[in-house]
Design a protein around this ligand. Structure first.
Ligand SMILES: [Zn+2]
Length: 259
């Protein structure tokens, strides 16, 4: 079985830049990956009822997460006052990036299992750790505006998605999530929650949550649909096909959608 993000790789120049510009994060990630790997190993071990044995505190997952969160603020990847979802999204991007430099796949799989499928437990943990580090970091520290750091933290996904009959997809990147792997939730606000419950494929390129503003469900009638441009928001009336390549008449952005 191959995970959909398995071939995701960065260039060696990207890696050099990352190590140089994010020294604290680079120092914290190996230990976090080690702890994630151990956790992955411990869920692989099943008890006599074929249930996972559970994660032991001794794996160091909590302490390595704590150090990584401090490092993220110190390297100005994120501000300590950022929203919880932003922190978790930044973690996802950093873990995937670190993987793309040739690091352990199983660590990523466990990260996905914990953050997509066990969302409330993982959110609770990050929230607790954020409360714990608040006094250790500079609260006024701003997020870096260095374009190279912003480029390094750029996720391999957009925030412009569409809903089709049995899947959701990214309008600008070749990413798809099948029915059973996501669910509609109403709390704390209406959104689509990616869980990878059905496939267990934990594609770390996919955001964990997509809000209603980020995901469009086109109304289709008489073979026509109205869809909006992912770049400028222009509404376009189009003929509906299984797979469509659309060009915005206003800004010329091209994107793809399926039904
Ligand atoms: Zn446009």
């Amino acid at each position: 079985m191959e995970y959909p993000f398995e071939k995701y790789r960065s260039t060696s120049r990207d890696k050099e830049t990352f190590l140089k510009l994010l020294p604290n994060v680079s120092a914290a990630l190996p230990e976090y990956f080690r702890a994630l790997s151990v956790a992955h190993h411990s869920i692989e071990q099943k008890n006599m009822f074929n249930q996972p044995q559970g994660i032991h505190q001794s794996t160091g997952l909590t302490s390595s997460l704590n150090l990584l969160l401090v490092a993220m603020v110190n390297d100005r990847v994120i501000s300590v006052n950022a929203e919880l979802v932003k922190f978790i999204d930044a973690l996802r991007i950093l873990v995937l990036k670190w993987y793309s430099f040739g690091n352990d796949l199983k660590a990523c799989v466990y990260f996905g299992y914990y953050y997509y499928t066990h969302k409330s437990a993982s959110e609770h943990e990050v929230r607790q750790q954020l409360d714990a580090i608040r006094f250790l970091v500079d609260e006024s520290s701003r997020v870096s505006q260095d374009p190279i750091i912003l480029q390094l933290m750029k996720p391999p996904n957009s925030r412009r998605w569409f809903a089709a009959e049995s899947h959701i997809g990214d309008k600008l990147y070749p990413l798809t999530v099948q029915a059973g792997d996501f669910a509609r939730v109403d709390l704390p606000r209406p959104a689509y929650q990616v869980s990878f419950k059905a496939s267990q494929m934990f594609d770390l390129r996919v955001p964990i949550t997509l809000t209603d503003q980020e995901l469009e469900r086109p109304q289709i009638s008489n073979g026509k649909a109205i869809v909006s441009c992912p770049a400028c928001g222009q509404k376009c009336r189009i003929d509906v096909y299984k797979r469509m390549e659309i060009k915005c008449p206003t800004c010329q952005q091209v994107w793809t959608q399926s039904t």
